[in-house]
Design a protein. Sequence first.
Length: 535
Amino acid sequence: MTARYDALVVGGGHNGLVCAFYLARAGLKVRVLERRHVVGGAAVTEEFHPGFRNSTASYTVSLLRPKVIADMRLHDRGFRIVERTISNFLPFPDTYLTLGGGRARTQAQFARFSRKDADAYPAYDAALERVAQVLRDLALKAPPNAGGGIRALLSGVAQGRPLATMGLEAQRDLVEVFTKSAREFLDGWFEDDHVKSAFAFDAVVGNYAGVSTPGSAYVLLHHVFGEVNGKFGAWGHSVGGMGAITQAMAAACIDAGVEISLEAPVAKVLVDGGRAAGVRLESGEEIAAGIVAANVGPALLYRQMVDASDQPADFRRRMAGFRTGSGTFRMNVALSELPDFTVLPGKERAEHHTAGIVIAPGLDYMDAAFADAKARGWSRRPIVEMKLPTTVDDTLAPPGRHIASLFCQQFAPELPDGRSWDDVREEVADLIIDTVTDHAPNFKGSVIARQINSPLDLERTFGLVGGDIFHGRMSLDQLWSARPVLGHGDYRGPVAGLYMCGSGTHPGGGVTGAPGHNAAHAILRDRSLLGRLLR
């Protein structure tokens, strides 16, 4: 082996950088190994057409934990978020709905469709916020590990206390969110399909499921536990794109003493005597370390990077069944002008252009999109969220030009009948462009260039198995102590010294920094004398 470190971090995505930062700050000699030419994983800003830059994969921010922002001093390093004035704009065939801009404004929008729903909204918002606060409180805590002895017992008691002290109504809401479908949950609050659609979209973001799929209500909740500039549930745009976040994180790491290596893909985690001993790069170079923190997903780590002989048989079987695939198809589009929507005309920058533009007109539309994708591989009427970041950040395109982020749902991780996404990606991209054009007739003609990321492209480029943006399904059997599998929900795998620090661990997907933070603290705890005794 040519080099030795205290800790190696496999993957330079945002969680890997967060983990590396905390380890280096504690005095460890740390090296990050990133397979691509740029640090940041799926949170990067890249030029996809001459003069046009965009967040290539991850494209909007809310869930990044304030503690991580403060500890890494990201604001001092250029991190800045522009809040959305209104959160979402939903065009329907003959009308539209906007969400956000304050409670009174949202209620006024809902009242156009249902006075009852407008009156119900404050109670709904309060109920969801009570449950979301539970997630915020748990996000930076390692889940109690099944079979983890006294430490897990004490952790379980401590984390369970806030749940036990919640009011009865809040406990009922919590149970409903974790067990019901989004449709069932929303039906309990609202009567109008336009209003329900405004919330139901969050239930299928990164979730290959329909709004009637049991458990989909939790994914709805997962997307509202974040905050922007201290405002709970808000979403915003990172000035300079998502890459500005990870570049600031990389700067914090370097200042803490982290060594970052690009174009250094890891082929294998080396194990000696049941303990992690380092890694072997695809080049054949071996690097020694007693600690390896993997920021790749559990499926990639344990199916490809750790030899089967180094894993217990039951664990290996369960990792083979670990479910991935978020049903996501991602595009970046260079535009000559802004979309001109039929239901809200105008090509000059307006408030709705700065929002998340959600094409998902109705709960039946969303369920049909999922059913179609399961039957044929992709939906003929897909769900599309469009962001136009140049409406708030004109540094990303030439003057007078724009970019669109198209985040599209209901595309099978693997196509039926042995087909490959490589064979149909252009056809599907055309379908997505046409879907937007159905609502904004000038859109197709305004397209200058496009960058396509099918589920297969997302896997090849970013190591996201099945194109899964969350590193694993956010289903009840793969959450909290069971993420990625019960008995290893505390960032520690069955190989001593090998840790998981990515979104395949608690609290799950999104640009949160929480898995990296929590894994680093688990590593440091294990290095302490008390930690070794409890381990």
